[in-house]
Design a protein around this ligand. Structure first.
Ligand code: SF4
Length: 410
């Protein structure tokens, strides 16, 4: 850290006035922020907000060494049938009305095109335990010799790993201990958004009223079990679905506490709600960019320094992406050069070269990472035999994708 940089940041903090001065100076000294201090940061004037984002991006620079990473991925929507009914979801479909489960040959064909396009990650995203609710899914699984979706998912991950070398990362919703353990064998990493810790959102008229899997206690339990099993894990919060700012902070603290116990959280995603046509929340207001960047800045101060803060670049425009960087993110998440974001199909991913340019224009380094973050690739307990060798072949000494394997096209 250059002394003139530190003095410049101190000057900005002091100019921002007394109310948050001590909190920001404390953050600058790398002391953990208390929850009540984080609450104070939720209600700021313009000058204070600028001071906050200056500090958060400075902390990002220190903790990530000015590297902003991304994962080149292919998105595999294994099934859009789900036992839950979140009121903002535009992905979920009923069987016989757009609902599907992908066939193994479709999974393989999509993965092969991803491998050809230089992707390293196969993101498996699917509705939660659809076989619990739908005969259509039970019949599909039976025809393939399965009774649970999670077993089919496991074999699809193994297939992709064996046939293409892509590294699976799965988002399958609520999972049990044995299911997580089984998936660890074929996944480089896994994910489950906490979304929000507030049980209020699951009550009548809330966005999760009809989504048993969105019970925050269940989700925290899954994240905790992943920690016990040493699974590199991605989680995060969804903002703008009816939660208060304090509930966002409480959610971040819940994630932080689990990470402090198990050291397994690789990134926290700050994702803004985007309304979808023909959903109960199609007319609800979306969080604007200043709401998103304000939350990112607080997350950077709340989360331990080794946890990345990510925000999806396709859910905002390219000028807003620059604001995401200026508020302290150090990761763009998975970006696909070939598939849509099936959860937000109307939101195309920015061109990877454009992301590189805006990142480098801010004097930050743009690096490709694997779905498992660099901090875990050399830690044996976070890897399984199945994927260790494949990972080691792809990385450099810092754990990022070796430059010789980075695709040149975007
Ligand atoms: S958001 Fe996820 S859990 Fe909720 S209905 Fe959609 S697919 Fe299911």
């Amino acid at each position: 850290m250059k002394i003139e940089d530190l003095n410049r940041i101190r000057g900005i903090i002091l100019r921002s006035g007394g109310r948050i001065k001590d909190i920001l100076l404390k953050a600058l000294e790398e002391k953990p922020l208390e929850r009540k201090e984080a609450y104070i940061l939720t209600d700021l004037n313009e000058e204070e907000l600028e001071a906050l984002t200056t500090v958060s991006s400075f902390i990002r620079d220190l903790s990530s060494n000015r590297v902003v990473s991304y994962s080149r991925k292919v998105f595999i929507p294994l099934s859009n049938i789900c036992r839950n009914k979140c009121k903002y979801c535009g992905f979920r479909r009923e069987p016989y009305n757009g609902g599907f489960v992908m066939e193994p040959n479709e999974v393989l064909a999509l993965s092969r095109s991803g491998a050809k396009a230089g992707c390293k990650e196969a993101l498996f995203s699917l509705g939660e335990k659809p076989e619990e609710k739908y005969e259509y899914v039970r019949k599909f699984l039976k025809s393939k010799g399965y009774s649970r979706m999670v077993d089919y998912l496991r074999d699809m991950c193994q297939l992709v790993l064996n046939e293409t070398g892509l590294l699976p990362h799965t988002n399958a919703g609520i999972l049990e201990w044995d299911e997580l353990k089984m998936l660890k064998e074929v996944d480089a990493s896994m994910g489950l958004m906490l979304e929000n810790i507030s049980e209020r959102l699951c009550l009548r008229n809330g966005p999760h009223e009809h989504s048993p899997g969105k019970n925050p206690k269940l989700r925290l339990k899954v994240i905790e079990m992943a920690g016990q099993l040493k699974i590199p894990f991605t989680t995060g919060i969804l903002i703008g679905i009816g939660e208060t700012f304090r509930e966002r902070i409480d959610s971040l603290y819940a994630i932080r506490e689990l990470h402090e116990k198990y050291s397994h959280i690789q990134e926290v995603i700050i994702q803004g709600f985007r309304r979808k046509p023909n959903t109960p929340m199609e007319s609800s207001p979306e969080p604007d960019i200043s709401d998103i960047t304000h939350t990112i800045a607080i997350a950077r101060l709340v989360m331990p320094r080794d946890v990345s803060v990510q925000s999806p670049p396709n859910l905002v425009n390219i000028n807003e992406c620059i604001q995401l960087l200026k508020s302290g993110i150090n990761d763009w998440g998975g970006v696909s050069p070939i598939t849509r974001d099936f959860i937000n199909p109307e939101k195309t991913w920015p061109n990877i070269n454009t992301l590189r340019k805006i990142t480098e224009d801010l004097n930050l380094q743009f690096r490709e990472r694997l779905p498992i973050y660099p901090k875990y690739v050399f830690k044996e307990e976070f890897l399984t035999e199945n994927i260790r060798e494949k990972i080691r072949k792809l990385i450099d000494e810092k754990g990022y994708v070796n430059i010789q394997y980075e695709a040149k096209n975007s």
